[in-house]
Design a protein around this ligand. Structure first.
Ligand code: RB5
Length: 143
């Protein structure tokens, strides 16, 4: 599994913790920035991550901004991206089981680092259930 991770300034401290946690586990992790707490636009980093998940050049993405809201809005504009805003354990599980989430979005100003790492682990470990949920996912795209 290869992961691409990005944040804005509000998510930067948490991104660094999540990245270190993934690397510690031997997970290949590509960091697209940002690289400091200097103010940037969340849109730019959401696009860098979502475009790579959308074109299939990487398996999964993680995005962190202040609330997770802006990053979610941007990422879900990319075809094939299923970005889920997750700030609790139940959502981490269900975003995988029912929604086959391929981008995990978290709010760096909403939750603590310890919970964020637990959400990441849960999201990575939980399989998609398929079946009726696959049919529903296929109805997402509007042509
Ligand atoms: C940045 O101040 C903040 O707006 C951003 O991190 C995010 O929460 C947007 O949705």
């Amino acid at each position: 599994m290869k992961i691409i991770i990005g944040s804005d300034h509000a998510g930067y401290p948490m991104k660094e913790k999540v990245k270190a946690h993934l690397v510690d586990q031997g997970i290949h992790t590509e960091d697209v920035g940002t690289h400091s707490e200097e103010s940037v636009d969340y849109t730019d980093f959401a696009k860098k991550v979502a475009s790579r998940v959308s074109d299939g050049t990487i398996d999964r993405g993680i995005l962190i901004c202040g609330t997770g809201l802006g990053m979610s809005m941007v990422a879900n504009r990319f075809r094939g991206v299923r970005a889920t805003l997750v700030n609790d354990l139940f959502s981490a599980i269900m975003s995988r089981r029912h929604n086959d989430s391929n981008i995990l979005v978290m709010g760096g100003r909403l939750i603590g680092d310890a919970l964020a790492l637990q959400l990441v682990d849960t999201w990575l470990e939980t399989p998609f259930e398929g079946g009726r949920h696959q049919r529903r996912l296929e109805k997402i795209d509007i042509e």
